[in-house]
Design a protein around this ligand. Structure first.
Ligand code: G3P
Ligand code: CA
Length: 271
């Protein structure tokens, strides 16, 4: 019997709510996601925040580079105004909501990684954390991530399968650092292209899962089987089209990142 892929909400249910907002993640949980994906960056004063781009211009009411802005300044910005309407309040869903008086409602304000960990703490879902700008900050993001996971008791799972958190990066250097700092936390090496060194399914020893974009599996579906032969399960991104969902299911992809957990669950259910 084929095991269905686990459904991971890419930036939350980002087809329906503004990405990386509490509203997007709360909706992903409502839609039955098995996992949540987020990108993290570090602020000028050293906090880990869930923002994809180097700058906040695309996704917030402000502008500027995340690493040059303080947490307080970022907390004043509205990260939901550019997207479809958001629900009234989700304060009860976070353990430590940001409470700056001038801040937008919590469900569309800046989301810290700590608040996201709080959201998933009492659920069974896994958090897939992608560290950004690994070269420029020389391991700072990974070191801060491990410090936070250690504080929450998440840095030393009994087995990799038991881990509540999975670390991901396109950078082999970042993945290697993560393995050094927290050897028991599973890692994904994300791939935007299949280099000659990766085509046969080989990964560096510090990566557990392979993380190809779905475009790579369309071009080379057997890559999943070759990776499996080398002991690596596949995390595939970003899978929204019905034909791609079916391809991942057929190939035995283990984790499938989608912008709409609801639609993808429906497609998997009707396969
Ligand atoms: O889940 C991996 C995927 O998120 C990588 O691409 O640009 O959306 O971070 P990006
Ligand atoms: Ca990402």
């Amino acid at each position: 019997m084929t095991v269905q892929p686990a459904v991971v909400a890419h930036r939350g249910a980002s087809a329906h709510r503004a990405e990386h907002t509490l509203a997007a993640y709360a909706l992903a949980l409502e839609q039955g996601a098995d996992g949540l994906e987020c990108d993290i960056r570090v602020t000028r004063d050293g906090h880990l925040v869930c923002v994809h781009d180097r700058k906040v211009d695309r996704t917030s009411s402000g502008s500027g580079v995340v690493s040059e802005l303080t947490l307080d300044r970022l907390a004043e910005l509205d990260f939901g105004h550019w997207h479809d309407e958001l629900p009234a309040s989700a304060d009860a869903l976070v353990r430590q909501p940001l409470a700056a008086p001038s801040a937008p409602p919590v469900e569309r304000g800046l989301l810290t990684l700590e608040a996201l960990l709080g959201l998933v703490a009492d659920t069974g879902v896994k958090l897939f954390v992608e560290t950004k700008h690994p070269v420029r900050y020389g391991g700072l993001v990974e070191a801060k991530l491990v410090a936070l996971l250690t504080r929450y008791g998440l840095a030393s799972p009994a087995t990799k399968d038991d881990s509540r958190v999975v670390m991901m990066s396109f950078s082999t250097l970042a993945v290697r650092r993560m393995r050094e700092y927290a050897p028991r936390v599973p890692t994904v090496l994300l791939l935007g292209r299949l280099s000659a060194a990766r085509r046969d399914g080989t990964l560096p020893p510090w990566a557990d899962y392979t993380g190809p974009g779905v475009h790579l599996l369309r071009a080379d579906p057997d890559y999943v089987a070759r990776s499996a032969e080398r002991g690596h399960d596949t995390y595939c991104w970003t899978v929204d089209e019905p034909a791609d969902v079916e391809l991942c299911r057929r190939l035995g992809v283990r984790y499938l990142a989608t912008n709409s957990p609801r639609n993808t669950r429906h497609l998997l259910g009707s396969a």
